[in-house]
Design a protein around this ligand. Structure first.
Ligand SMILES: *Cc1c(COP(=O)(O)O)cnc(C)c1O
Length: 341
């Protein structure tokens, strides 16, 4: 079976498991887990941020960030395709009592001018108070697209002028850093809080980390506890994160290269209407007709290849650590046979 549904399907490698076995652990609720403390320090340092906190999921890290930046009734500016809006179970309203002002961006990314338009005037008490701007890099529903750093700088300036928080959902920031040759420090300088995921491209079984300024982060432990995310001997998972930072970041290039080759193969097929230009490890595409989709998915199923549907006739492929060169060659061959239809 070739599983291209998501980069979350990876299993820990032998060496990652070994590193996990060796972990020195303690009760992390008492902040006594040496491995988690090390991981948090390391990621805070990478981003040049004051504090980092380990979370079981990216959703909990994002939800905590939203809570840190807002009061009930406030509004968060984000793209109409944002993960916090679509895929966190309505958590922004459930946990923080906030609404989202959706910006209609391009491939999950918007322009600084659109942020200015989306801000409610703070003295107009009829509308919700704008408190936070949230962006996603890479943008998942945008096809793994990468933000232009200059645009992010402009948004930062707008946040400063309007006293707004600026949060980055960086579940796949590692992919953007590799694709654009950027550094975590650049991002640490720009944002108030950043969440990064260890269990997507980096191949860990569990884990996300939220980094931020001390003043904001002092409440993060309390919120994580309230959300049920206080964990005990969690260094076993932290060790996987440390291992992944050493061994699984540079290799993201391979995932990107394979995604690019899949894009090219899809573009050769008559039944394919459109492929969102590939920048990292996500390939989003549309087929011409419903009939084509049936033919396409049946052919893949016969060859034991799975991908995911995104609704509205869109399909998604994500390359990852467990998608090997051998699988890649087989997949490209299976795709090439579709040109006969
Ligand atoms: C996966 C993902 C998250 C976090 O999801 P979890 O499944 O809760 O870890 C957040 N944002 C984006 C863009 C993601 O792709």
């Amino acid at each position: 079976m070739i599983d291209l549904r998501s980069d979350t399907v990876t299993k820990p490698t032998e060496k990652m498991l070994e590193a996990m076995f060796q972990a020195k652990v303690g009760d992390d609720v008492y902040k006594e887990d040496a491995t988690i403390n090390l991981l948090e320090e390391r990621i805070a340092d990478m981003f040049g941020m004051e504090q980092a906190l380990f979370f079981p999921t990216g959703t909990m890290a994002n939800q905590t960030a939203i809570k840190l930046h807002t009061q009930p009734g406030d509004q968060v500016i984000c793209d109409k395709d944002a993960h916090i809006y679509h895929y966190e179970g309505g958590g922004a309203s459930f946990n923080s009592g906030v609404s989202c002002k959706l910006v209609h961006g391009d491939k999950g990314m918007f322009a600084s001018g659109q942020v200015i338009e989306a801000i409610n005037p703070p003295d107009f008490y009829h509308s919700p108070l704008t408190a936070l701007v949230e962006v996603e890099n890479t943008a998942n529903r945008g096809g793994g697209s990468c933000w232009d750093f200059e645009e992010l700088k402009k948004i930062r300036a707008i946040c400063d002028q309007n006293h707004l928080g600026f949060h980055l959902d960086g579940a796949r920031l590692w992919n953007a850093l590799i694709a654009k040759n950027e550094s975590p420090k650049q991002y640490g300088q720009l944002f108030d809080t950043i969440s990064v995921c260890l269990s997507k491209g980096l191949g860990c079984p569990v884990g996300s980390v939220l980094v931020g300024k001390k003043e904001l982060m002092k409440n993060a432990m309390r919120i994580r506890k309230i959300l049920g995310g206080g964990m005990r001997q969690v260094g076993y998972l932290g060790a996987a994160g440390l291992y992944a930072l050493d061994n699984h970041v540079e290799r993201l290039k391979e995932d990107h290269q394979r995604a690019k080759e899949i894009e090219m193969a899809l573009n050769k097929l008559d039944m394919v209407k459109l492929v969102t230009p590939v920048e990292t490890n996500i390939v989003i595409f549309e087929l011409n007709q419903k009939e084509d989709e049936k033919t396409f998915l049946n052919h893949l199923q016969e060859n034991k290849i799975v991908l995911s549907g995104m609704g509205n006739g869109k399909l998604r492929i994500v390359t990852h650590l467990d998608y090997t060169q051998e699988m890649h060659e087989r997949f490209l061959e299976v795709l090439s046979k579709l040109s006969a239809y």
